[in-house]
Design a protein around this ligand. Structure first.
Ligand code: NAP
Length: 282
């Protein structure tokens, strides 16, 4: 029984993506261009600090420049927007990533909107979101794009499948739903007010967990043979899916860690390189 199971190894997918990027980074470098990602962290949330550090380190390993901006927790919305505007104007910077979440007194939406579309490498602006909805985005949100990349890398079909997405956040649940729809899946989006969640998840050929609750998706909910993608990343490296229980029913499943996470980072690097290349063509 176990031999039919595919563990969707995000580290392998990410390594392949990074290998392809190396050549593109070298080409840019030959033209005197060093792709650069600016990350902005506001406050001292330890998980966010870890994510930002991981992103910076991944840039370094690939020869991409990274600029880390760490602002104190008391930073105002206006101060944060001023920093973003400086980065927008800086020709050396190709991508801007504002680490979510920011402290609650900050208007996160206003800060996201301040990011220039040409540097919105995580697809957080309303324009980036809308372009993604039309299938026209240069930079769709990284985690949703990573989920699609994993399905494609393992040649798992999307067209015609019933995809059930649990979660509807603007950076994850909604954009991944639209991307699956654009790839001709039939998509059901679930959220905290959904009634009969277990029954709906049980209809999914593809199940995407984007809830933010450890081990929330139960094995007994999963249809036999479904493909399960766990975007969750909770304290202690725990996903939103009860992995062991879901593995017994799923035909393919992402683990946590080493599932969606590494591909998300590789996607961010890819978008930064894409953005740098677009400046050459502009
Ligand atoms: P979020 O903004 O908190 O959204 C969570 C979503 O889950 C909401 O739409 C919420 O519904 C829904 N939800 C909450 N409780 C539910 C319940 N009992 N039943 C059904 N739906 C429920 O979280 P997020 O930013 O999308 O992140 C989701 C997860 O992905 C987290 O674990 C986060 O750490 C992880 N994440 C991972 C990566 C990565 O690179 N792997 C990147 C980003 C996020 P309502 O809309 O009704 O409130």
């Amino acid at each position: 029984m176990m031999e039919n199971k595919v563990v969707l190894n995000g580290t392998v997918v990410a390594d392949r993506m990074k290998e392809q990027l190396q050549e593109r980074v070298a080409k840019l470098s030959a033209q005197g261009i060093l792709p650069c990602l600016a990350t902005i962290l506001v406050g001292d949330d330890p998980s966010s600090e870890t994510y930002v550090r991981m992103k910076g380190n991944a840039c370094k390993r690939l020869g991409i420049d990274s600029r880390r901006i760490h602002l104190e927790a008391a930073t105002t919305t206006e101060e944060l927007i001023a920093v973003i505007e400086q980065l927008n104007a800086d020709e050396q910077v190709h991508g801007i990533l504002l680490q979510h979440p920011v402290p609650s007194h900050i208007d996160e939406r206003a800060a996201f909107e301040a990011i220039a579309i040409s540097k919105d490498v995580d697809g957080v602006t309303t324009l980036g979101f809308a372009q993604n909805a039309f299938g026209l985005a240069n930079f769709p949100s990284c985690t949703p794009a990573a989920i699609i990349a994993i399905l494609d890398d393992y040649e798992l079909p999307i067209e015609g499948k019933h995809a059930v997405v649990v979660g509807r956040s603007p950076i994850l649940g909604k954009p991944v739903s639209l991307m699956l729809l654009n790839r001709n899946a039939t998509v059901t989006i679930c959220h905290s007010k959904t009634e009969g969640l277990a029954n709906i998840v049980g209809q999914g050929d593809i199940v995407v967990a984007a809830v933010g609750r450890p081990k929330f998706i139960q094995g007994s909910w999963i249809k036999e043979g479904a493909v399960v993608l766990d975007a969750g990343y909770n304290p202690g490296n725990v996903g939103d899916v009860d992995y062991e229980a879901c593995l017994t029913r799923a035909s393919a499943i992402t683990p946590v860690p080493a599932g969606v996470g590494p591909v998300t980072i590789a996607t961010l690097l890819k978008h930064t390189v894409d953005a740098a290349e677009l400046t050459v063509r502009a």
